[in-house]
Design a protein around this ligand. Sequence first.
Ligand code: AMP
Length: 544
Amino acid sequence: MNGLMMNQPLLISSLIRHADTCHHDTEIVSRLTEGGLHRCTYGDAHRRSRQLVRALLRLGVAAGDRVGTLAWNNYRHFEIYYAVSGMGAICHTVNPRLFAEQIAYIVNHAGDRVVFFDLTFVKLVETVRPLCPAVEHWVVLTDRAHLPAGAAPLLCYEDLVTAESDDYEWPEFSEETAAALCYTSGTTGNPKGVLYSHRSTVLHAYAINLPDSMGLSARDTALPVVPMFHVNAWGLPYAAPMVGAKMVLPGPGLDGASLCELYAAERVTISAGVPTIWLNTLAHLREKNIRLPSPHRTIIGGAAASAALIHALEHEQGIEVRHSWGMTETSPAATINTFKGQHAALSAEARDQVHGKQGRIVPGVELRIVDDAGRELPRDGAAFGDLEVRGHWICREYFKEEGAGVLRPGGWFPTGDVATLDADGYMRIVDRTKDIIKSGGEWISSIELENQALGHPAVAGAAVIGLPHERWSERPLLIVVKRAGHEVTGAELIEFLRSRVAKWWLPDAVEFTDAIPLTATGKISKRTLRATYAGYYTKQPGAT
Ligand code: AMP
């Protein structure tokens, strides 16, 4: 027997409609690419996104079409999110930090018909455009006064939007309709398209608004540092209007000074971003001796947040850190770290142990770890194995690769991460499968070594890679960026690590560098480092 409740499809348009009804005057503040701050409200965004739908229809965009963006976090990008998905088309956010050839591959693979782009990317578009002949319209996200004089015809966003009326009713369709498309970073092989549905996006927004997740409310001001081109800014552009949180969109200003200015001036209570952003911001706060307004909680994910970073943010700045893990394929929130009541009684050290993990499983997601034969391993916090995931907002197939058989038996998605799970639902990432160091038949966690090295006061950045070694098959190399004004030697760092990790984990050598190479999504580019230091242990004189 079925229940007798209404069955309304979970549609993204319902979020902005609700925000307009209940949070009409709540602000969206944007740092503009043109310079200066812009203020509008959820009421404005709802009106303008409906005007934008009419403009898209006039350009010939229909349901199911892909519409690309190369844009920062700002109110125009927000309007595109809602207009494109709301009309039944697919909002395809492209990462502008990729190489032009990769961008062209992604735009062509997606079959984008229109691409919206910020002024920052005018030159990039000049390079990419000839490689993407199927794109019919390139629209600059600006007004007529700032329109660049270019050879190729460009459309002006403000002209398109303001020419239309907002007389448009959001259509109703199946909640399984595709809403947004985001490509994985493709460190191995070509990038793959993850195609989110309305249902997965709305359920994910509900889940991240839970108190033990990101926990947004109508009293919060949320600043997603994580770009709207990186897994939909972790769902915040959907979660914030759902509860009526004020949004602050930092545009291209992702440096410490620009972010701190917004944190203070707009009294931001929730932020979200990758660890490297916080490392830069923390350096700025220390240098200028600034303390950010409280309360502030921050969601850190995308790469491991070190214990040293978490500790510094909490103790120097009074910021509550919620460490989180996810992937493009998981929308991304799958685990977020908050304490349980029972942890209050623990010692500070034991609490730090819990706090350093990647977090507790978000309801709506299941995780398990398995061995090489696919057998499930115990949830005892010690056993580690391949991490698998399934749930309402987890990818089951990649776009245009349907039928390739991505999932493992039981419908589990293989994450490519190695992890532990415990009986309280907490997960700890040990490493990426391809980054874990296999030495003398044992495994060494590069993430744990980095985490420990970052605890040294003279270390600003640390990366560990495994390099081929004749005797041990692989040995770790520690690569360090020194903190400004601090000195330390390789031998001192190894000595520092000696009491913190097993003896056979100790790196055989330490190299110093000015900057650690990052991927387009802000993670340490271990592929680049492995290429830079190739043959380090095998070609050196006296190497064993
Ligand atoms: P992406 O799809 O580009 O967001 O990358 C997802 C990958 O980033 C995951 O499979 C992990 O390897 C890594 N990752 C994300 N969050 C964390 C975290 N909190 N700690 C360690 N690794 C993480």
